[in-house]
Design a protein around this ligand. Structure first.
Ligand code: UT7
Length: 354
C-alpha cells in the first residue's frame, strides 16, 4: 500500500519579536497574566506588506531544501490558511508560483487551527490514490491583519524605546486583551512523497467538525452574510476582528484533542505508549498540559513552543514539529501524533511514522 512519507520541513516567522512587556504598553495587560494564563512570553509579527503567501513561500522553499527536493518535482500544493493574501484567489496558487513549481494543482483549505491536520489527511489521500507523488503542504497565517490598532499603536509595539500610546488608543486596544495577545505570524511546511513502505508515513487520521459551534470563534463581519461585504459600519465597529468565547473553546480543546488522539491510536492498532512524540496545537499551554495529563504522556515525549510564538493557527503543528526535530526529540522510525482543535469547530489527529 502506498504511504505518504514525510521528507522534510521548513518554517518562517515574523521578524519582529513582541514580548508581553511590549503589549502592556498598548493595552491593559501584563506579563504575569499572559504568562500564567496562556504560557506565552512572546510572539513574532511580520512588518506590514508581508502576506501569508510570502511566509508560506519561505517555509515551502526551506522544506524543499530540507527534503532535497526540487520545486519542479512537486505535483500538488495544499495550503492551510485562515488569512489568505486576498479574498480570492487562495494563497496556494501564489505559493505554487513563488516556489517555482510547475503549473501543478494547488488548493486552499479553511480549517483554521485544525487546518494543518486536515491538510495532512488531504495530502495522504492525494498520495494514496495516486493523484500526486510529491506534495508540498503549507500552513501559514498572518494574524496582525486582525489587529485593529492605530498607526501610533503599531509604532509603540515595534519601537525599542518605552513609548506609550494615547489614553484613547489604550482603551480601544484593551477591548481585545483576551484575544490579540494570543496570536503571532508564522508559516510551516512539510514535503511528502509516495512510498511503498508500509512502515513509514501517515499511518492514519481522524478528523471531526461541528458547525453547531461555528460562532464560538468566528469573524462576524466581512463575508457573504453581508451586502456589501465590507461597510464603513463594520470598519467602525471592528467587526472584522475575530470574536471568541475563550472558555468554551478551552473546554472543547481539553476534551476533544485527547479523545480524538486516543481514538485514532486505538483504531490504527497502536497504544499511546507507542507514540514517541506528541505535537499539539499551540493555543494555550494550560490546554496542552491538561491534554497531556489526560493522555498520560510523559514530558520527554511532548514539545511545546507557544512560549516563543503564541498561537500561529495553521502554522503551529509544523512549527512545533520542526523545532522538536531540531532539538532531537524525534528520529527516523518514531511514531508522531499530531492533534489540533480550532474554529469551525474542527478538530482531529494524525499519526505519522518518520
Ligand atoms: O486556536 C484557537 C482556539 N483558541 C483557544 O483554544 C483559546 C482557548 N481559550 C483560552 O486560552 C482562554 O480562555 C483565554 C486565554 C483566552 C482566556 O483565559 P481565561 O482564564 O479563560 O480568562 P477569562 O477570559 O475568563 O478572563 C478572566 C479575567 C477577566 O477579568 P474579570 O472579568 O475577571 O475582571 C478578563 O477581563 O481576566 C481578564 N483578562 C485579562 N487580564 C489581563 C482577559 N485577558 C486579559 C489579559 N490581561 N490579556
Amino acid at each position: 500500500m502506498t504511504r505518504a512519507q514525510f521528507l522534510g520541513s521548513g518554517v518562517a516567522t515574523g521578524e519582529a519579536v513582541i514580548d508581553n512587556h511590549r503589549l502592556a504598553r498598548i493595552m491593559d495587560t501584563d506579563d504575569t497574566w499572559i504568562r500564567e494564563r496562556t504560557g506565552i512570553e512572546a510572539r513574532c509579527y511580520v512588518h506590514p506588506g508581508t502576506s501569508s503567501s510570502d511566509l508560506g513561500i519561505l517555509a515551502g522553499k526551506a522544506a524543499l531544501a530540507d527534503a532535497s527536493i526540487d520545486a519542479e518535482e512537486i505535483d500538488y500544493i495544499v495550503c492551510a490558511t485562515q488569512t489568505p493574501d486576498h479574498y480570492f484567489p487562495g494563497a496556494g496558487s501564489m505559493i505554487q508560483h513563488g516556489i517555482g513549481a510547475r503549473t501543478v494543482a494547488s488548493l486552499d483549505i479553511r480549517q483554521q487551527c485544525a487546518g494543518f491536520a486536515y491538510g495532512m489527511q488531504v495530502t495522504d489521500a492525494l498520495i494514496r490514490s495516486g493523484v500526486a507523488n510529491k506534495v508540498l503542504l503549507v500552513g501559514t497565517d498572518i494574524h496582525t491583519v486582525f489587529m485593529p490598532y492605530s498607526d501610533a499603536t503599531w509604532e509603540a509595539l515595534y519601537s525599542e524605546d518605552d513609548r506609550e500610546v494615547s489614553e484613547q488608543d489604550y482603551k480601544w486596544n484593551s477591548q481585545w486583551r483576551h484575544l490579540l495577545p494570543l496570536f503571532g505570524d508564522a508559516a510551516g511546511a512539510f514535503v511528502f512523497g509516495a512510498s511503498e513502505r508500509e512502515d513509514v508515513g501517515i499511518q492514519g487520521s481522524e478528523l471531526h467538525g461541528d458547525g453547531k459551534y461555528a460562532h464560538t470563534l468566528h469573524v462576524p463581519g466581512v463575508g457573504s452574510r453581508s451586502r456589501p461585504m465590507v461597510s464603513q459600519a463594520m470598519i467602525d465597529e471592528a467587526s472584522w476582528v475575530p470574536v471568541m468565547d475563550g472558555r468554551a473553546t478551552f473546554r472543547f480543546a481539553v476534551t476533544k484533542m485527547p479523545e480524538v488522539t486516543k481514538s485514532l491510536v486505538q483504531a490504527t492498532g497502536y497504544t499511546l505508549d507507542d507514540v514517541s512524540l506528541l505535537v499539539m496545537h499551540q493555543a494555550n499551554l494550560r490546554i496542552n498540559e491538561a491534554c497531556q495529563k489526560a493522555m498520560g504522556v510523559s514530558d520527554d515525549r511532548v514539545h511545546n513552543n507557544i512560549q516563543q510564538y503564541g498561537n500561529t493557527t495553521s502554522a503551529t503543528l509544523p512549527l512545533c514539529f520542526h523545532e522538536a526535530l531540531q532539538d532531537g526529540k524525534a528520529k527516523e522510525g518514531d511514531l508522531v501524533a499530531f492533534t489540533a482543535l480550532g474554529a469551525g469547530l474542527h478538530w482531529g489527529s494524525v499519526l505519522l511514522r518518520l
